[in-house]
Every structure is written in C-alpha cells, then in structure tokens.
Design a protein around this ligand. Structure first.
Ligand SMILES: [Zn+2]
Length: 483
C-alpha cells in the first residue's frame, strides 16, 4: 500500500532518534540541506510554521513595549573587538568578509554572529539624556556562526532569529527587563508551542560572552536531552562601557546605562518537532500549524469527484475559514485518499476531515485528530464548532502530555554513582546539589556529558551537598545532557 511506503520512510524513534528527527525534517519537507555545510534551506511548509511562530512571538514582543528595527549584516572588526569577553567568546565562530568589489578591504568585516557590537555602537549616537531611556528595540534577522557539527534547525551555521537589545537607566530596570523577556519566552513556548520549559539562571561557564547574568528556558526532548530554547541576558554596564554609551542623568551627572539582550531562533522549530512528533512523523500544535485542518475528498465509485464531493468540500472550507480556522482542501486527483491521509499525518496536520458521497447523503463528515487518532462522525451543520473544539483540546493536551513526559523524566540523584547511572542509561533531567565551583561542573561534564542547564530562580533554595564532591551546595540545580 502507498500508505505503508510513506510510513516506512521514517525511522522509528526508538531505533534511532536522531535519524527519526532528520527523516521528519526532510520527508515532511520542512528543510533541506543547502550547498554550504550547516546552511539549510527552509522549505515552504517549514517556513509557514516559522511565520506562524514569528507572528506570535512578534505580537508578544510588541505587547511588552518593544519596537522592531533593522541593523546591518556586516560589522567592522574594530567594533567587535571593543568588548573583550564578547569577542573572545564569538571570534571562533565568526566568518569574515575580506574582499569587496574585487579588492582587499582595509578592515575585515564580520558577518554578524549577534548584533550587540553593531547596535550598541548606534545607541552611543542616539542616547544623550535620561529622557532617551529606556530604549526597547528588537530585530528579526539572520545570523551566522561557524559550527562544526550541524543539524537542521537545532544547530545551523546560518539561522533566523529575533534579538532584542535594550538600554535602561538603572540596574534594577535592566534585571526586570531580562526576567520579563525570559517569561515572554516561557509563555510563548508553553502556550503556543505546547512545549513546557524549565527556566532559570545559567552558571558562569554557560553564560553569554560579555553578560553579567544569563537566563534561559530549557525544554526536554524525546531522547532525554535538553534543548536551550531561548536566552535572556543582563549585560550589566559591560557593553555601555565598551561602546561609550553615556547619558546625562536626572541630576546632570554623566552616567552609563544598563543593557540587556535576548533571543530566540529557528532552533525552537527543532524543539517543536522533537517535543511532539511520533513514528508517523510530525505533530503540530494547532496554534502554529500552517493547515489546522486538511479536507480530503473521497471520490465516488462511479463519477467525478469534482462534481459530487469537491463543491461540498469547498463550501465547508469557506465556512471554516469564516471562523478563522486555517484549512486546506487536498484536491489532488493524482493521489488516492489513503496516500493523502498518510502524507498529512506525516506533516502533522492537527485535524483531518474526510468527506465522501456516503457522508453527503447523511450530511456528515469524518474528523480524525492527529495526536490521538480519535475518529468521529460529525454533522456538517455546526462542523466549525466541532473542529474548533478538537483544535483547542489538542493544543491543551499536547502541553499536558509533554509536561507529563518532563515529570516522568526528572529524577533526583542522591549519589554520584546514581547520577552517572541515570545519565548513561536513561538521561533526562537530574535535580541535584552543586558546590558552585566551575571546576567541579567541568568534571561532571567530562565524566557524564551532563551540564548544568539552569539554577532555579523561583522557590526557596534547597541546600545540601554537591552530588560529585560532597561540599556544601547552596541550592539544587538541574543537570542534563544538551543539544
Ligand atoms: Zn562539587
């Protein structure tokens, strides 16, 4: 059967998780490999998902008072070098333009790996007084980081993202902004992508190059590895100092502003795939699915589908569209319904609607949910409400299911032997004490490949002993192997 042929193209998850992921990306036509290693092509179906994610994130960024702008792709070397830690952190990943118009350039230009250097240089021109603050700007752009090991969406040399860059009068305001955006990311991830996240502060060794403090959201993937899905940095006054940003304060004194930056990228799309997909392929949360419903017309035994069934499908499509549901009619006459079912299932469409001649006689259709495969005969009158109900339930239940997975795969390790055993056998998240020393953190990474994903920032700290060295631990932290 054609259905089997489509299914067999996806490697089962428990056979080879990373091959399953690549199969889904390629077969569902989300992305393809470009000619330069690590530079992927985002295909129309993948891009449509990204556009839905982007629109939702953009709304949240604007609702919290930010505006969008666009800054140049090329950054002069001397600009990048102004913040020492920042350039040390990013120079191994930088790609440089050294020739332009056939001539060697007087100064190499970096293709932006991130835009602090560019944007802070401009802020130095724009900010003069406390009245100019805060500056709350976001940019949607591509960035380039030379990566050795790449995987579509999860780690690519070029990727799409948003990067917010803000300036504030006081340290407290900058910290408030940093945490505000962390919570915007968390809400987006959970409400829109149905992807539950841990959130908290990064350790010194995991923080952003040049930051005072970095916070992140972390999602747990189906193979027990964590994915850092968004970061928010309190940059302190490091960048203001490096780029010479000063303002005249309320008492006429020269002051330096406090800055933040925060970003999420196409990496989140990789997280989305791994959070919900199954052995049949993608499962898309309704809020970001390009088609929330696909209508498959079933041809009659005799006669033409176009005459008998298709007009009704179009009618239902218009009715659903009228209520704001994204709906596609798969009117291809080159494929049989069975192929279409498997194909849209693989591409993660939340609800499939089947309409055939027998259904028309009874004024009904068949609705099938992608995640539960629950099938129901539904009267065509009022079908929009029945579809909406399923979309809402699916959005909610995907999050619940993912939350349960995180809970089931979060363990407490009381000894280092137990820690090592969990990491080598089942992975997942481990809650354990840590002494706070970078050296101990590095040893744990070396010995178990697990890193500290976040230090919790809510709730009372649970003190105890470091899981590895036994020294006092001021608070428990979350460990996992990570993408
Ligand atoms: Zn320790």
């Amino acid at each position: 059967m054609e259905k089997d042929r489509v299914m067999k193209e996806i490697t089962p998850k428990d056979q080879d998780y990373s091959q399953w992921y690549l199969d889904v990306v390629l077969k569902a036509e989300l992305a393809d490999y470009g000619p330069v290693k690590g530079c992927m092509v985002i295909r129309p179906y993948g891009y449509a998902i990204w556009e839905n994610m982007q629109a939702d994130m953009d709304r949240r960024i604007k609702e919290t008072g930010h505006v969008n702008a666009y800054f140049p792709l090329l950054i002069p070397k001397s600009f990048l070098e102004k913040e020492k830690q920042h350039v040390e952190g990013f120079s191994p990943e930088c790609a440089w333009v050294t020739i332009g118009g056939g001539e060697e350039l007087p100064e190499p230009l970096a293709i932006r790996p991130t835009s602090e250097a560019m944007i802070c240089s401009m802020y130095a021109k724009w900010v003069n007084s406390w009245r100019d603050l805060p500056i709350l700007i976001n940019q949607w752009a591509n960035v380039l980081r030379w990566e050795k090991v790449t995987r579509p969406f999860l780690r690519t040399t070029e990727f799409l993202w948003q990067e917010g860059h803000t300036l504030h009068e006081t340290e407290a305001e900058a910290e408030e902004e940093t945490l505000k955006m962390l919570h915007v990311y968390r809400s987006f991830s959970e409400e829109t992508l149905a992807m539950p996240v841990l959130f908290g502060r990064k350790t010194e060794s995991e923080k952003f190059a040049g930051a005072l403090r970095t916070y992140s959201i972390e999602a747990l993937m189906g193979d027990g590895k964590a994915l850092q899905a968004g970061t928010s940095h309190n940059l302190g006054q490091h960048f203001a100092k490096a780029y010479g940003i000063e303002f005249l304060g309320r008492s006429q004194e020269r002051l330096m502003p406090w800055s933040t930056s925060w970003g999420t990228s196409t990496r989140m799309l990789g997280g989305l795939i791994m959070s919900h997909g199954d052995d049949s392929g993608l499962i898309l949360p309704p809020k970001v699915a390009p088609h929330q419903v696909v209508i498959v017309p079933i041809p009659p035994r005799k006669g033409d589908v176009n005459e008998a069934v298709l007009p009704k499908c179009r009618e239902v499509q218009a009715a659903l569209r009228g209520t704001g549901i994204r709906v596609h009619v798969d009117a291809r006459d080159t494929q049989l319904p069975g192929f279409k079912y498997a194909n849209w299932e693989m591409r993660g469409v939340p609800v499939r609607m089947e309409i055939g001649p027998k259904d028309l006689e009874k004024d009904q259709c068949v609705l099938v949910r992608r995640d539960t495969r629950e099938k129901a005969f539904v009267p065509l009158a009022g079908v929009a409400a029945a579809v909406r109900e399923r979309l809402d339930a699916m959005q909610r239940e995907l999050l619940e299911r993912a939350r349960k997975y995180v809970a089931d795969n979060t363990r407490r390790a009381s000894s280092y032997d137990q820690f090592k055993q969990i990491m080598s056998e089942r992975r997942g998240l481990i809650v354990a004490g840590w002494c706070g020393e970078a050296d101990c953190e590095a040893k744990i990474k070396e010995e178990t490949r697990a890193t500290i994903r976040v230090i919790p920032i809510v709730g009372e700290p649970v003190s105890g002993a470091c899981v590895r060295c036994g020294k006092p631990s001021p608070t428990e932290v979350y460990f996992a192997q990570a993408y």
